[in-house]
Design a protein around this ligand. Sequence first.
Ligand SMILES: [Zn+2]
Length: 269
Amino acid sequence: MPEGHTLHRLARLHQRRYAGSAVEVSSPQGRFAASASIVDGRVLERSEAHGKHLLHVYGPDATVHVHLGLYGKFAEHQHPVLTPTGLVRMRLVGATHWTDLRGPARCELLTDVEVAALRARLGPDPLRKDGDPELAWAKISRARTPIAVLLLDQKVIAGAGNIYRAEVLYRHGLHPLLAGRDLPHEVWKDVWTDLGVLMRHGVRTGRIDTVRPEHMPEAMGRPPREDPHGGEVYVYRRTGQPCLVCGTPVAASELAGRNLYWCPTCQPA
Ligand SMILES: [Zn+2]
């Protein structure tokens, strides 16, 4: 599933391409047709993201909410506009570009009350200016739940996925099973700030890099990492490979149905 930086990247792209002028909205597949007809031809006021949720705001009580889920994808093209192929849930046509959305978990038209309810269910997002780390801290500081589980809980903090979770814990020397309530407040503030820095880099570059300059391939004289997700990381999907800092083989296990990676030496229990 895409992590939050991907949604913020899409939100920015759609803002640049489509906001401020009238857009054609349709649903060639039909499943979103009734809602599409309500916003079709209107001006897209703005495009924004909260965690893994994308919001296209057309005006009062007219926000299109998209959650990509595991299979959702936008494909963007320059004009000319071509005949739809496959199951296109939503098509957005602007002055110069058009984009097709296929396979989302959610694509729906929401009222302002529904948008507020959606956002109220989500934790703060480190990529949003209104993201308040203290809202997350209120939940973390009371929880017996491991910090690794809390970081993936979108109700606690919105946007981080499995890669950022593994990497930020590594960068702060935190064992994944540390209970939320045993995390010092100062450390949480550092983790939040660091997540923001890492995720903003992800928004800019479209890939997840989490290693410090001294651990980049050139600095260490090692070959770049080969992995479909790209990016230089410390522990994510590096099971059994030596830790870039201490050489200990990276450990892996499963926690709450998700793969977990850590360095037993740099992140002691
Ligand atoms: Zn290590």
